[in-house]
Design a protein around this ligand. Sequence first.
Ligand code: HEC
Length: 133
Amino acid sequence: MRGLSLALVGVVLAGCGARVPEVPASEPISYAAHLEPLVIARCLGCHEAEDPEAELVLESGRGFAALVGSRSVQAPSMALVSPGEPEASYLWLKLEHRAPHGKGMPRTLTGSKMLPPAELELYRRWIEGGARP
Ligand code: HEC
């Protein structure tokens, strides 16, 4: 039973994963153009407008404002995203599974799973490059 549900989770994730865009190193990462499709594919199941987990709404057109400049509810001394500073960004700690509260993101029905390296890298570049809209 457990094996079956794990397999189903795998199929669902593979089925809804967005393609990771290849952005040349010279080009800055934009939330709307590059990151938001990945966020929507991976995170919306739990961070939708109706009853969002951790009060975080990542729906289309709302995720940027929710992340950049907002405080974490779990660690109120930290910003969710501090432009230019991944280590000062609670989102980054959650994605690297190093946050002091809750689980690593994205969570799954059975625990939590680390994003593929190419996706993590895009989040890091986005924050380091100033977290542009
Ligand atoms: C299966 C449900 C689920 C999915 C999918 C999910 N989350 Fe979460 N998220 C939660 C829950 C539950 C919490 C609060 C408990 C915890 O941290 O484990 C949370 C908390 C967070 C927090 C902390 C918010 C704060 O203010 O402290 C961040 C940031 C976050 N999620 C980002 C993401 C991102 C980005 C994704 C997609 C890559 C994602 N989550 C996918 C369920 C989910």
